[in-house]
Write a new protein. Structure first.
Ligand SMILES: [Zn+2]
Length: 122
């Protein structure tokens, strides 16, 4: 069954999480179709994030992150901005870094609002 088909049954498929790539002019583009995604920059929602920490995975049905998305696909694809590690405060005040497994199986830190994490995890 395709990802798009699941929606009809009220099931939200997991968001595809990919690392953004950049074109020759350093503009972020979708790694799947090459479309520039610069205008979508902002808060994005990842459904059913594959968080590496078990306590976080149990707590989050969706994760707010910062980055881009591409709307030219029948499924949701989010391209989180990469952060260096757990300290994402240099990036945006009040945000923290959490580890998430991307669709390519690599684990990277992405930014999420600190209060999201503190509300969910004691
Ligand atoms: Zn795309």
């Amino acid at each position: 069954m395709s990802r798009a088909g699941l929606g009809r049954f009220g099931i939200v498929p997991p968001t595809v999480v990919r690392e953004p790539t950049r074109d020759a002019e350093n503009i972020p583009v979708c790694p799947e179709c090459g479309h520039p995604v610069v205008k979508s920059k902002g808060s994005q929602r990842i459904e059913k994030p594959d968080l590496v920490h078990v306590a976080l995975t149990a707590a989050f049905d969706e994760l707010i992150t910062f980055g881009w998305r591409c709307e030219r696909h029948p499924y949701e694809i989010v391209l989180p901005m990469r952060v260096g590690g757990e300290d994402a405060s240099a990036f945006v005040d009040g945000w923290t870094g959490v580890e998430i497994r991307f669709s390519d199986e690599h684990v990277r830190h992405v930014a999420t609002p600190e209060r999201e994490v503190s509300e969910h995890v004691e």
